[in-house]
Design a binder for this molecule. Structure first.
Ligand SMILES: Nc1ncnc2c1ncn2[C@@H]1O[C@H](COP(=O)(O)OP(=O)(O)OP(=O)(O)O)[C@@H](O)[C@H]1O
Length: 408
């Protein structure tokens, strides 16, 4: 049930898998000297990463059995690897090379990596996840530039590259790309991942329970599955999240509750309790929060603290957030970041779907950025619509303290 798990079965995403493979066919067949790019675009929890990772796993399994010409696969997460050097070092590692942190230039890492692939006659299928982060910086644009033009940039290299670039909001992200070459190389095939309907979420939950063996057979019934699927399913008229991650996490927490109470069966009551306490039906997934960098956690805690103090407000100003953030840094005994870095981190949190921002004009005083936490979806039959701020606060505090402890 972990977000990191790559499911074997991906119901309702068969056509996306098929379309990607069709596009990559020349690369899989061993053709050299070309890059085939596919863009995945869609909101959070719609299966983009799961599909991409499943494709990598299947391709590398087939290649290792000798069913295809040699093929290397690689996955990079642009959010976790924030520099051009780290991205290419990870690709190099997946190719089987080891680069120390110091001593190699980015260009050398790129050259060695692709020369090694070329010499071994292998093609590369690469996933670049969370690319929204990448294209915000010039360095990030360069990553895509290099990947789409390896053949031109390195004359002694002859490889075929299949590239999946994953965006949460492709249109908005590409507007910020300044390099015309990068922009045109991304104007290729775009596969759109739509939010899941209730019916689709129910299938996904059933597959996870029965086919992937996440739970003991009989531990969960259709009432529970439908309750969760209906809560998070997307509908054209009603809207909704359509997010499989939230649906799976809710089932997971409901099962944990049942287990803690010594019960072998998940009941609607467990689901209701999870939704009521707001343990998860928001993007505030503990696994996601753990992955944030220290200052992002502190910023999120600052936003949470202000919202807890001013419960009638939905939005807080970035100025207030900065004050609270500096106070927290002082309390934790660490140096706060400067204004522009804070701004960048706010964009990171926004990109991760952890906060919403809007720009408002303050009676002639100029424009200011306002920040909010996304709301829990309206769950009519439960009458809930609130963000679990105290839960979030506790998770953040524990995570920050743990990180500071382990740094000492
Ligand atoms: N069709 C599906 N079948 C089974 N599990 C799925 C399916 N779609 C998504 N999931 C599961 O839902 C969770 C979220 O999916 P995933 O991480 O792929 O979403 P995403 O679109 O990449 O989201 P994000 O933009 O937040 O990274 C994962 O645990 C994944 O395994």
């Amino acid at each position: 049930m972990s977000s990191e798990y790559v499911p074997v079965f991906l119901p309702h995403r068969e056509s996306e898998v098929k379309e990607t493979l069709k596009h990559f066919y020349p690369i899989i067949r061993g053709e050299k000297g070309l890059t085939k790019t596919v863009i995945y675009d869609g909101p959070t929890g719609t299966g983009k990463t799961a599909v991409a990772k499943r494709i990598l796993l299947s391709l590398s399994e087939h290649a290792s059995l000798g069913k295809f010409p040699p093929l290397t696969t690689s996955y990079v997460n642009a959010y976790e690897l924030r520099s051009k050097f780290s991205v290419f070092r990870k690709i190099g590692e997946d190719v089987g090379l080891r680069f120390p942190r110091k001593g190699f230039s980015t260009h050398e890492v790129i050259a060695y990596t692709f020369q090694t692939l070329s010499r071994s006659g292998s093609n590369l299928v690469l996933v670049v996840d969370e690319a929204d982060m990448l294209v915000r910086q010039k360095e990030g644009e360069e990553v895509l530039y290099v990947l789409t033009r390896v053949g031109e940039l390195l004359s002694d290299v002859n490889v075929g590259i299949g590239l999946i670039v994953i965006f949460r909001d492709f249109q908005v992200s590409t507007e910020s790309i300044s390099n015309v070459g990068v922009r045109s190389s991304l104007s290729s095939t775009v596969i759109r991942f739509n939010p899941y309907s209730s019916k689709q979420l129910a299938d996904i939950l059933w597959y996870r329970v029965e086919k992937e063996g996440a739970m003991r057979p009989g531990a969960v019934g259709s009432e529970v599955i439908e309750m969760i699927a209906n809560t998070f399913g997307y509908d054209h008229q009603r809207g909704g999240w359509g997010d499989a991650r939230m649906a799976l996490k809710t089932l997971y927490y409901a099962a944990l509750r049942a287990e803690n109470l010594g019960r072998g069966v998940v009941l609607p009551e467990d689901v209701r309790e999870v939704l009521n306490q707001g343990i998860l039906p928001t993007p505030f997934d503990e696994e996601e929060i753990e992955k944030l960098q220290l200052h992002e956690k502190i910023l999120l805690l600052a936003i949470t603290n202000i919202l807890l103090m001013e419960r009638d407000k939905a939005y807080v100003s970035i100025g207030d957030v900065e004050f609270e953030y500096e106070d927290l840094c002082n309390n934790y005994g660490i140096k706060p970041l400067k204004h522009t870095s804070i701004w960048e981190r706010v964009q990171v949190l926004k990109n991760k779907g952890l906060i919403d921002t809007r720009v408002s004009s303050m009676d002639g005083k100029g424009r200011t950025t306002q920040i909010a936490l996304p709301q829990v979806p309206e769950v009519e039959y439960l009458g809930i619509n609130r963000v679990p701020l105290d839960v979030l606060k506790k998770v953040l505090q524990e995570s920050i303290e743990e990180e500071l402890r382990s740094a000492h």
